[in-house]
Design a binder for this molecule. Structure first.
Ligand code: SAM
Length: 285
């Protein structure tokens, strides 16, 4: 339990001849309080829970997860960290480390093989260079995980939790709202890492819906509408959507919007997920 001790963490890295790698987004946590709070977030007290951790680093968060939950499976891309983790996590028989890329992991197979019959959550201090694509991959597993707790850049967390009509609101906000209720838990300053990142971080918890919060006929079209709505942010929704399809003219899209009770010049950034679901049932791109 010493990995949050900066001298101990440095000694471990020195022993194994490694240093944090920028290309893998390695900023290791060194605050016991922060690591404990992250580990508590998926379900403190639920000792039957299984956890998938993306990017264990030298095992700092992993050891806190291992004492709280039934089983922890970690996916680490950096080959040089595998022997380090074998060393730092040697006391735990409920931890498995898999060398791999979270962007390529087949999470459904992993859960079926490693956590049969168990409730599984994700918990990670994510490498910032793949935050959004990893989050979308995890959410798109629909129903595989009970929750996803991740530490990410504060700026991205603000975007994920933004309300319509605000500067932070965008396609990713509406897309994630389809899959999960997202809650900001706490912020973490750069001083809590080695090396310190340039930005402040936020821990978010995403509770994944059993059934989507909106009904729509064609989910793929809903996501095309959401992406299209923000493709040309400063333009009207009709203008932006007409640039995404050759099936409908701008005038036809305006007429469809008016038939749904919106102004012809409504802007995408003013609309919520429910609006996009209604619109996607009428406007097929
Ligand atoms: N969990 C550790 C901690 O909190 O101190 C390390 C977090 S560090 C921000 C991100 C970790 O993700 C690193 O260990 C890095 O090597 C790993 N990583 C980066 N890209 C990855 C990927 N595509 N798949 C799996 N792990 C990845």
């Amino acid at each position: 339990m010493k990995l949050t001790d900066i001298s101990y963490a440095r000694a471990v890295m020195e022993k194994h001849g490694i240093a944090p790698q920028k290309r893998f987004g390695q900023n290791f946590l060194i605050s016991d309080n922060v690591v404990s709070r992250i580990a508590d977030t998926p379900g403190a007290g639920d000792s039957e829970l299984g956890i998938i951790e993306i990017g264990p680093g030298i095992g700092t968060l992993t050891e806190k997860l291992a004492v709280r939950y039934k089983k922890v499976v970690c996916i680490e891309i950096d080959t040089s960290l595998i022997p380090v983790l074998a060393d730092t996590l040697s006391d735990f028989d409920n931890v498995k480390v898999i060398e791999g890329d979270a962007m390529k992991t087949d999470f459904a197979t992993l859960v079926a093989e490693e956590f049969p019959g168990m409730c599984v959550a994700v918990c990670a201090n994510l490498p910032y260079y793949i935050t959004s694509p990893v989050i979308m991959r995890l959410l798109e597993t629909e129903g595989l995980f009970s929750s996803v707790t991740v530490m990410i850049e504060k700026e991205v967390a603000d975007r994920l939790c933004a309300a319509p009509n605000t500067a932070d609101y965008g396609a990713i906000t509406a897309a994630c709202a389809y899959y999960a209720r997202i809650e900001k838990c706490f912020t973490v300053s750069p001083a809590n890492f080695i090396p310190p990142p340039k930005v402040t971080s936020t821990v978010i918890r995403m509770d994944i819906y059993g059934t989507p919060p909106v009904v729509c006929e064609d989910k793929e079209n809903l996501f095309r509408v959401i992406r299209g709505a923000f493709a040309k942010r400063r333009k009207t929704l009709a203008n932006s959507l007409s640039g995404e399809t050759s099936k409908l003219t701008k005038a036809e899209i305006e007429a469809a919007l008016v038939s749904l009770g919106y102004r012809a010049d409504v802007r995408g950034e003013t609309l919520g997920l429910e609006d996009f679901a209604r619109i996607s049932d009428t406007i097929v791109l």
